[in-house]
Design a protein around this ligand. Structure first.
Ligand SMILES: Cc1cc2nc3c(=O)[nH]c(=O)nc-3n(C[C@H](O)[C@H](O)[C@H](O)COP(=O)(O)OP(=O)(O)OC[C@H]3O[C@@H](n4cnc5c(N)ncnc54)[C@H](O)[C@@H]3O)c2cc1C
Length: 454
């Protein structure tokens, strides 16, 4: 019987806890979590981050704390890598792709939706990939994997881990703050460090396990490029979402330009006022006849929405118009993480983030937009071009920081960095590719606890 400590109960902490719980019902699994049942953002929990240059909202708007972490608020898009994703992957990435192919079905089984749709190569070096977008009400993975129900999982809420103590390649203990009091936890056989990409990096920096001064990273940049009318089809590819068990089955087009992956992905119903108005009425502070009127006027569209959802099992497309959004990996070398001088509520150093979009990334982005435009013309699709700046201020399916902790020769090299700790977050992936990439790192947990640590 082994004793495991998991630090953080977001996507990876929840995945690891439930997998170990299934494989080893006799092991003791202890989750140390800075939050509790109530999900809080960075300010509410009392952590600190500052931006040194351009807007990059992933820390202020994309970090959530408590059981489930960011998955309590995320889009919930589940996708994995295949051999189609990268023309020249590093050896480490090639091995991650092999593990994605090995464990792909385990992941979809775990979230309860099948995904057997094959990828298809189409024109211009692009290929299609099908993903699952989890239904709105069951996206929190801590709840979805029923972590709390495992008799051998023990929760330690409101414990902020502040330092990992090591001797050579062994973790000997970690320090944490509970109720304002500094404590130390030791005696575990194994540790999983899964406190989110940025907080894990911060912990590694202050613990002397990653460069103390600066750690590089990158992320996707995005922009709505076209408004498309009359059809959801581009050539043979239908971008309209299908519905399976209240989740969406989504399609995207993926490609690579100058060594950076990109994906073109639809945004439907961004201009459908019914849901926005209903939200305003239910959660806004004022009752308004104007809002009620707008809701009533929208009822026919709503009925069409419901008909499409429940009868046709397809997502309704408001006014038959939608946006094609282009997402691209920003080139590596333009994102940097530093320790800030500013102390957070727990008296710990915060983070300072530098993120910029270089001219050559912007140029690639515009070249891809032009190629997509040609594709729309070739397929006789009616569209208008959208004038929006390339940005990192994302909507619900976003924030995929990568390459924070990925400088490994192989998966073995990564697994063997510590004798008794696995560090896991999306930044372990050297690339985010053309997907919402969280699930692409789950196979590392699968492989580790199924094959390496038994
Ligand atoms: C709006 C939004 C939409 C997104 N949509 C998608 C999507 O559709 N698909 C996709 O693949 N990805 C998406 N993402 C990204 C995805 O949410 C993250 O990649 C994923 O949640 C990261 O998992 P994690 O376990 O590394 O971190 P988190 O989920 O952030 O979990 C970290 C956990 O650690 C805890 N913690 C933090 N610090 C400490 C500490 N010092 N001590 C103890 N506990 C600590 C936190 O409370 C939290 O529970 C989205 C993100 C956002 C913000």
């Amino acid at each position: 019987m082994k004793k495991i400590a998991i630090i953080g109960s977001g996507a990876y902490g929840s995945y690891a806890a439930s997998l170990i719980g299934d494989l080893h019902p006799d092991w003791g699994i202890h989750i140390y979590e800075v939050g509790g049942k109530e999900i809080k953002n960075q300010d509410e929990i009392g952590l600190w981050s500052e931006l040194l240059s351009n807007p990059y909202d992933a820390l202020t708007k994309g970090r959530y704390f408590g059981f489930g972490g960011a998955t309590a608020k995320w889009g919930g898009q589940i996708l994995t890598f295949s051999k189609n994703d990268f023309a020249n992957p590093s050896n480490f990435l090639k091995e991650i792709i092999a593990l994605n192919e090995k464990y792909r079905q385990n992941i979809f089984r775990k979230v309860g939706i099948e995904n057997n749709y094959p990828e298809k190569r189409i024109a211009n070096g692009l290929f299609t990939k099908t993903g699952v977008w989890l239904d709105y009400f069951s996206r929190n993975l801590f709840k979805k994997f029923k972590v709390e129900k495992y008799p051998n999982i023990h929760l330690h809420p409101h414990c902020r881990v502040i330092k990992i103590n090591t001797e050579e390649k062994n973790v000997v203990s970690f320090d944490y703050i509970e109720n304002g009091e500094k404590k130390n936890a030791d005696g575990y056989d194994f540790y999983v460090l899964s406190a989110g990409a940025f907080e894990t990096t911060r912990l590694m920096m202050v613990s002397g396990l990653q460069d103390h001064t600066c750690v590089g990273f990158s992320d996707h940049i995005a922009k709505k490029v076209f408004r498309i009318y009359d059809t959801t089809k581009i050539g043979d590819v239908d971008m309209q979402f299908k519905i399976k068990k209240a989740s969406f089955i989504t399609t995207r087009l993926i490609g690579e330009k100058n060594g950076c992956s990109f994906f073109a992905y639809p945004s439907f119903n961004a201009e459908f006022p019914f849901f926005q108005n209903l939200k305003k009425l239910l959660f806004g502070k004022k009752f308004s006849f104007k809002i009620i009127g707008a809701i009533i006027r929208d009822i026919p569209s709503c009925m069409a929405f419901a008909w499409s959802f429940f009868v046709k099992h397809k997502l309704y497309v408001y006014k038959n118009a939608w946006f094609l959004v282009l997402h691209m990996e920003n080139d590596f070398g333009y994102g940097k993480v530093y320790l800030s001088k500013h102390l957070d509520k727990f008296n710990q150093q915060g983070l300072a983030i530098d993120f910029s979009i270089p001219e050559h990334s912007e140029r690639s982005f515009n070249e891809i937009s032009n190629e997509l435009e040609q594709m729309l013309k070739d397929n006789h699709i009616r569209y208008t071009r959208v004038t929006e700046k390339i940005h990192t201020e994302k909507f619900e399916d976003e924030y995929h920081p990568f390459a924070l902790y990925s400088d490994f020769k192989s998966v073995d090299d990564y697994f063997n960095t510590f004798n008794n700790m696995l560090v896991i977050h999306s930044g372990v992936l050297p690339r985010a590719g053309g997907i919402n990439s969280t699930s692409a790192a789950f196979p590392l947990i699968e492989e580790f606890f199924r094959e390496r640590y038994k």
